[in-house]
Ligand binder design. Structure first.
Ligand SMILES: [Zn+2]
Length: 407
């Protein structure tokens, strides 16, 4: 840890602890930046951030060398053992075809400070001028960590469409016990995000369903942030553009989600799949980062503190959390029945037992509610203030409605 102190510096902001690599800011200076953020808060500025480019489609991964060549002359490519086995040969071939250099490095599976430092050292030794992260959330975040450490451009290539991380500048770092230890931020969003639909559609369908769960909440979470004046991840207010994107995300998922999941189960890629993947990766990512989060994501804190929920995917937890949020918002039964029928058809969780809780008794429910209230700042972004007791009531109400519908 003492080693980190030499080059990682901490910046305190109201809701986050941000660690920045000193060379990234260089002349710009952290204190200037911090003042800008303060000004943004004082002036109630609307802020939207996004990756510089988004590319999606079957075979899109073959365009990575060309995208890299616009940013740098060589790429440090990070992927875990499974992805390396599946894709390294092809990706190396694409780089060879364009005559540009790529150095591959194998990710060890957990995004820790140690792993970021190890990969940073490897990237530094390689002399490469850009970073490419190919894989799931943890590979992507480690690649972002290398980019942050060395101040290099970054291209993100997600291999699953299960969450909203690829387009964002956030880096979730874990400790050796697999607990979240800190959240870092890149100074800007990724230079490019490349989503090869052939690759993400070939993953087990559960990942796409989870991605839908993570994305479907954005309209409602950003909606609460807009009502309460809560800040987004740029410490600004959500733009109308961000809110519109969140609305589109929801309607695309409702229109195409079920057909998309059916298609990937049959090994097909059609317009429904393309539209749904765009909603789960691009719109969901822009939605949370520029729109803001509320109770649905807040509840993941309470859920992940319980050992039973460890095997659920992030998007599955968020989907369940959204139903609790909708009850907390005071939505009527017709509204709940409508969205829950979608959940039922697509296979999203509605009951605690769907998330791995074998006996979700009063102790479990109050444990989830108490941890969420204590540790999740997003809970404060709800228009109707939520006490722990009210949160427990909302969870119990959902348990009751969902068991009626699931029978
Ligand atoms: Zn999420």
């Amino acid at each position: 840890m003492s080693e980190h102190k030499n080059h990682w510096k901490q910046l305190e902001l109201p809701h986050h602890q941000i660690w920045t690599y000193s060379s990234v800011y260089g002349q710009f200076g952290r204190s200037d930046w911090a003042h800008n953020v303060k000004d943004a808060k004082m002036n109630n500025l609307r802020i939207l951030g996004a990756p510089s480019r988004y590319i999606q489609g079957q075979g899109a991964i073959s365009s990575v060398p060309e995208i890299v060549s616009e940013l740098a002359s060589s790429a440090f490519v990070l992927a875990d053992a499974v992805v390396t086995g599946l894709l390294k040969e092809d990706v190396a071939g694409y780089f060879e075809d364009t005559g540009s250099k790529a150095v591959f490095s194998q990710f060890d599976g957990e995004c820790t400070r140690d792993e970021i430092d190890r990969q940073t050292e490897a990237a530094r030794r390689s002399g490469c001028e850009a970073v490419v992260g190919i894989g799931g959330g943890k590979t992507i975040d480690t690649a972002k960590g290398v980019s942050l450490s060395l101040g290099l451009p970054i291209v993100i290539v997600p291999t699953i469409a299960s969450n909203d991380a690829p387009t964002s500048r956030l880096i979730v770092v874990y400790d050796r016990q697999h607990r979240i230890s800190e959240v870092l931020k890149l100074p800007k969003n990724p230079d490019a995000v490349v989503v090869d639909t052939k690759i993400v559609a070939a993953a087990p369908p559960r990942f796409l369903v989870a991605g839908i769960g993570d994305a479907i909440s954005k309209k409602f979470e950003a909606g609460q942030c807009a009502l309460t004046g809560a800040r987004n991840f740029f410490d600004g207010l959500p733009t109308m553009t961000a809110l519109t994107l969140c609305d589109s995300c929801y309607s695309i998922l409702r229109r195409h989600g079920i057909k998309a999941v059916d298609a990937v189960k049959k090994g097909l890629i059609d317009e429904h799949v393309e539209n749904t993947v765009e909603a789960t990766v691009l719109l969901s990512g822009l939605g949370f980062e520029s729109g803001g989060l509320a109770l649905a994501h807040g509840l993941t804190r309470g859920l992940t503190a319980q050992p039973e929920a460890q095997h659920s995917l992030h998007g599955e937890l968020v989907a369940w959390g959204l139903l609790v949020q909708l009850i907390a918002e005071g939505r009527d039964r017709t509204f709940l029945d409508d969205i829950m029928s979608f959940y039922l058809t697509i296979g999203l969780p509605m009951r605690l037992s769907d998330l791995g809780f074998s006996d979700p008794d009063a102790r479990v429910v109050s444990g989830i509610a108490e941890t969420t209230k204590r540790e999740a700042p997003y809970v404060a972004n709800m228009e109707r203030a939520l006490s722990t007791a009210r949160l427990i009531d909302c969870i119990l109400e959902l348990e009751s409605i969902s068991s009626e519908l699931s029978v």
